[in-house]
Design a binder for this molecule. Structure first.
Ligand code: BGC
Ligand code: NOJ
Length: 848
């Protein structure tokens, strides 16, 4: 069952009913200001950091779901409704939500009135714009009263939820003309404020939630002010600050009016927080506190009201930042021009890769939605989604390095900056903070370090960046260790430190020690935690951590370190390069001798030296990660182990909804394994389809020669192919989910944790670089398609190092090798040489 459809021409997903299985969201913003927005207007906004700079409040786990958001109440002769359906849930005669690239347009109609709301975060502006169009579609004139509504969060989202005894006495707000300012804590240590404004005279306002809603026993759906059709003109003082404008519109039949609401954020210099010494605002900006200025209040000016304003010695909060920003959106035409600029920017970003094939699901995935999700994930790591509260996690070291794979061609400069930020949180011994906060860029001390796969992902990230850009100079860039400038060293030294951290921490079988966990956060072989609530990741329960080993890290080492050796060679460090290659050879041997179980690769050795992911175990006999990563790293192509491991995946892990992480799932808690065995069978890492690693198998199958299987696996997890089973899948059909419940789960096929997942980058990488076979390398663009026979011909237009490559593939299928020609001239091998910037190159790949 579907709940909408793809409008490919507009690059939009159109949700056609408010009653989707879960909130289906979009992300607005990709620089500093971000908003999460559901198809019912739910969600929240923040500035740069979802934890430390939260602007509006959201209640996770509420009923009904998806509270709060930014809502517009329409009062039409006593009838109260919302064009977003939520929160009043009055039946709509028309409803549609179009999620597009960086904007969403929600339209609702009832009783002869149609309201369209276009939400977007403009480029270079710290705000969310809401362009509202109200049309009287009936035959009679309409007198409508509109009420906007957002609830402010007191900035620190965690403290906001915890420290009520203090927070409920803090709120301060001010109304100045049609702008409502949220000023809580401004009088003390904050130099920032938020505001919500509309480009029309208002007929009143509310900044106190209880006054708007009508006391503590009324639901927002039943809020008193919209029911009464009259603003409360309430001023927050402690309790729950909100911002609501009241705007009255008289519309003739057929008439349309437009309004521009702006929800924004501004900062003042610490030493210039107040408007001026005397309390007198500069000419032209003068306003009175404690009185409403009638000229600002429109035709239905409410009685005089108090509009509280925090003072310091009679001085007022300085508002020029907000005013300057509002001036950019003073008219609907200005707002539309900004929306057009945003659209052009997205078209430019996504235009670096364009596929035309007979498979429209694949086209829309790789051309639009998967790329889009890659950028969202790159921006936010795992911080803020409808499953990540924005409080728990900052930027993950391993996650961000992998997220880079999905965006490096789109935003190489930002990828470069991100790599330098990440490397700066590495320690001199090569280990790294597992996460850092985006606002401070400092490592997160609570979690610390000790996830022994982390360092290697930096090599993968840098190498992906170099293959895309050829910018070898980044290797000489001085980068601090542990954010300490005194410890700065060239980026190349960081990569060597990463390598060394693995070779310097090998276990009894010559395999890498696992530490707190490797890629699989839930395989905690040293934690031995038996107390509820204890962290699986940071508890060091037993032993010195020098026995438990990871076959996965071994595979990752063989997949990444040959690239490091190549870079060292290019830097003239041939001795070190040879050492790295020797260590890779030794690792292959260790995998061969101790990582192979007989029919597949083992997963690990536990703290007693016993194998994990082995036929000798009673549960958790086979794990997916080492089958993918060891084959990618080059294990077992000649002696049949690669093929056998992938056949074992097909036989034991692959199901209709994707490839499960392990089988059989753990049915009881294994203290020696940790969190993995804490989940009921079939969920999350305990045998769920953890989509992130499915692309590793897709790549491995592409490498090992079964493109049919590779493409089949791709379609099982890719949301566009799952759209038709929306009632089973439940999350958005345009964004990958972290997990789809595995075969052992009672709700097999149900997805969770959509949007912020490494699946986005890996799926894009697997599809474009391996299936479609267009992949950057240090020497040029590799063209090596790996699609099943019968897929049909296709073209890819790819921007690469400033040139445009128009690639035509005919007759892809088995055998995998074809004839390659560049501008009509045959080329040996599969690398298209780097062309001059600005050039357009015609590439033809033909089956023999
Ligand atoms: C989840 C993992 C996640 C980890 C983060 C675990 O509960 O299952 O997927 O990476 O938490 O700490
Ligand atoms: C999600 C985490 O963000 C990621 O770092 C980890 O690799 C996977 N879960 C698997 O546990």
């Amino acid at each position: 069952m579907q709940f909408g459809y793809f409008d490919d021409a507009a690059s939009e997903y159109v949700v056609t009913t408010p009653d989707t299985p879960l909130p289906w969201i979009n992300y607005l913003g990709s620089q500093d200001f971000f908003s999460l927005l559901s198809h019912r207007g739910g969600g929240y906004s923040f500035y740069r950091d979802a934890k430390l700079r939260r602007l509006t409040r959201f209640r996770y786990q509420s009923i009904p779901a998806d509270n709060d958001g930014r809502y517009l109440f329409v009062h039409d002769g006593g009838d109260v409704w919302n064009p977003t359906f939520a929160p009043a849930q009055a039946a709509l005669e028309e409803y549609e939500c179009r999620h597009g690239l960086g904007y969403s347009r929600i339209t609702g109609a009832r009783g002869g009135v149609r309201v369209g709301l276009t939400f977007f975060v403009p480029l270079d502006a710290a705000c969310e714009v809401q362009l509202v169009t109200v049309t009287n579609t009936g035959e009679a004139p309409k007198d409508l009263t509109l009420f906007s509504y957002v609830e402010w969060c007191l900035w620190d989202a965690l403290d906001d939820a915890l420290n009520l005894q203090r927070n409920l006495s803090l709120a301060e707000a001010e109304v100045d003309g049609s702008t409502i300012y949220h000023l809580t804590e401004y009088r003390e240590r904050r130099n920032h404020y938020a505001f919500y404004s509309v480009n029309a005279p208002i007929d009143g306002f509310d900044t106190d939630r209880d006054a708007f809603v009508g006391g503590p026993w009324t639901a927002l759906a039943e809020a008193a002010v919209p029911r009464a059709g009259r603003p409360g003109n309430s001023v927050a003082s402690g309790w729950y600050p909100i911002a609501s404008h009241c705007v009255r519109l008289a519309l003739a039949p057929g008439e349309t009016r437009e309004l521009v609401f702006v929800l924004g954020y501004a900062e003042n210099p610490d030493d210039a927080k107040w408007e001026n010494g005397s309390g007198v605002a500069p000419e032209g900006e003068r306003h009175e506190v404690g009185r409403s200025a009638p000229h600002e209040m429109g035709r239905h000016a409410p009685p005089e009201v108090r509009r509280a304003a925090p003072h310091e010695m009679g001085r007022l909060v300085r508002k020029d930042g907000a005013r300057a920003l509002l001036a950019r959106f003073a008219t609907a035409d200005q707002a539309r021009a900004e929306l057009a600029r945003l659209a052009a920017s997205w078209a430019g970003l996504l235009g670096h890769f364009h596929l035309e094939s007979a498979d429209d699901k694949l086209n829309r995935s790789v051309n639009v939605w998967n790329q889009y999700q890659c950028l969202v994930t790159f921006n936010l790591s795992r911080s803020a989604s409808y499953f990540e509260t924005g409080i728990g996690r900052g930027m993950g070291f391993r996650d961000s390095n992998q997220d880079l794979l999905g965006v490096v061609a789109m935003v190489p400069d930002r990828a470069r900056a991100r790599l330098l930020d990440l490397a700066a949180t590495q320690f001199t011994d090569g280990s790294a903070y597992h996460q850092y906060q985006p606002l401070t860029k400092r490592g997160n001390h609570d979690l610390g370090s000790g996830f022994n796969d982390d360092p290697l992902w930096l090599i993968w990230g840098v190498s992906a960046y170099l293959k895309e850009t050829g910018d070898l100079a980044i290797l000489d860039e001085p980068v601090p260790f542990d954010n300490d400038a005194a410890l700065a060293a060239p980026l190349l030294d960081h990569l060597v430190a990463s390598w060394y951290h693995v070779v310097g921490n090998l276990g009894p079988h010559g395999l890498p020690l696992i530490g707190r966990a490797d890629w699989n956060d839930c395989l905690n072989l040293n934690a031995f935690t038996a107390s509820p609530g204890e962290s699986f990741q940071t508890t060091a329960g037993r032993g010195d951590g020098r026995i438990a080993e990871s076959v996965f890290i071994a595979g990752l080492f063989t997949a990444t370190c040959p690239d490091l050796a190549d870079l060292l060679d290019r830097r003239g460090e041939t001795g070190l390069a040879a050492q790295v290659r020797d260590s890779v050879a030794a690792m292959h041997e260790a995998i061969h001798d101790h990582g192979w179980d007989g029919a597949w690769f083992r997963r690990a050795y536990d703290a007693f030296g016993a194998p994990v992911g082995s036929a000798t175990n009673d549960e958790g006999q086979i794990y997916v990660e080492p089958q993918g990563m060891c084959v990618i790293g080059g294990a077992g192509p000649d002696d049949g182990r690669a093929r056998a491991a992938l056949d074992a995946v097909a036989a034991r892990l692959a199901g209709e909804h994707g490839i499960a992480l392990l089988a059989p799932p753990y049915t009881r808690y294994h203290v020696e394994l940790g969190e993995i065995s804490s989940y009921p069978p079939g969920y999350k890492e305990n045998g769920g389809v953890f989509c992130h690693n499915n692309p590793w198998i897709i790549m491995a199958e592409a490498i090992a020669g079964d493109p049919g299987r590779a493409f089949d696996y791709y379609r099982r997890i890719t949301p566009a192919y799952r759209e038709a089973i929306g009632q089973v899948h439940m999350t958005e059909p345009y964004a990958y989910a972290q997990m789809i419940a595995g075969p052992a789960a009672p709700r097999s096929g149900q997805a969770k944790n959509s949007w912020l997942t490494g699946t986005a980058a890996w799926a894009w990488h697997a599809a474009t670089c391996w299936l479609l076979g267009v992949r950057p390398s240090l020497d040029g663009l590799v063209v090596a398609p790996r699609l099943p026979a019968g897929f049909g011909d296709y073209t890819v237009t790819r921007r690469f190092r400033g040139a445009t490559y128009r690639i035509t593939v005919t007759g892809a299928g088995t055998p995998a090798t074809g004839r390659l020609s560049v501008d009509g001239v045959a080329v040996d091998g599969d690398v298209v040489p780097v062309a001059a910037p600005g050039a357009t190159v015609d590439v033809l790949w033909q089956a023999p």
